[in-house]
Design a protein around this ligand. Structure first.
Ligand SMILES: [Zn+2]
Length: 182
């Protein structure tokens, strides 16, 4: 699903070559991050059958703050273990841009990326990753192994975690509570 391009009003993207938590970003950037993450959370609300896939949504925003890809997790729906939201949005954004690189783009996702999605971001040269809830089982950015991978790679990007994390975590907890009852 690709919706028409949306543009955030008065938007400008700040770039950083360092890892950054929310507190170190400008108030404007924090506002942009919350805006795009809220759109991801709204995507879950609008599209999810809570009995199927784990509710995770992602979006890719280009330098002009346009949404060039947005999707929810569809692994179970599509019988495809690679159909994580991040992979879907990378595919959409690359098709839309006619380029297999996503330089100067930011990927927003409501759950910390796994190794597969992190690697896809590296291959796509995504400029920045912003996630909401941490994934302490398979999330890669907050794991101890991350600095080693980061140091070994030839593409370095900035990432920020914890944006609207409580709401994103609640969506996932609600999903598992509902499904455990069945
Ligand atoms: Zn993933």
């Amino acid at each position: 699903m690709i919706r028409p391009i949306k543009r955030h009003q008065n938007a400008s993207l700040e770039h950083s070559s360092r890892q950054a938590d929310s507190k170190s970003l400008s108030a404007h950037q924090q506002q942009l991050d919350r805006y795009h993450m809220q759109n991801c959370l709204d995507l879950i609300k609008d599209n999810y059958d809570q009995t199927v896939d784990v509710p995770v949504a992602a979006a890719i925003i280009n330098e002009a703050q346009e949404v060039i890809g947005e999707s929810i997790n569809q692994s179970i729906t599509n019988n495809d273990p690679t159909a994580h939201a991040e992979i879907a949005v990378i595919r959409q954004a690359c098709l839309r841009q006619g380029n297999y690189r996503l330089s100067k783009c930011t990927l927003y996702v409501t759950l910390e990326p796994c190794l597969m999605c992190f690697s896809a971001c590296m291959h796509a040269r995504v400029d920045r990753i912003v996630f909401a809830a941490s994934d302490y089982k398979v999330g890669i950015l907050s794991q101890a192994v991350y600095p080693k991978i980061h140091a070994a790679g030839n593409h370095h990007f900035c990432w920020t975690g914890g944006v609207l994390a409580d709401t994103a975590s609640q969506r996932i907890q609600d999903f598992f509570r509902l499904n455990c009852r069945q």
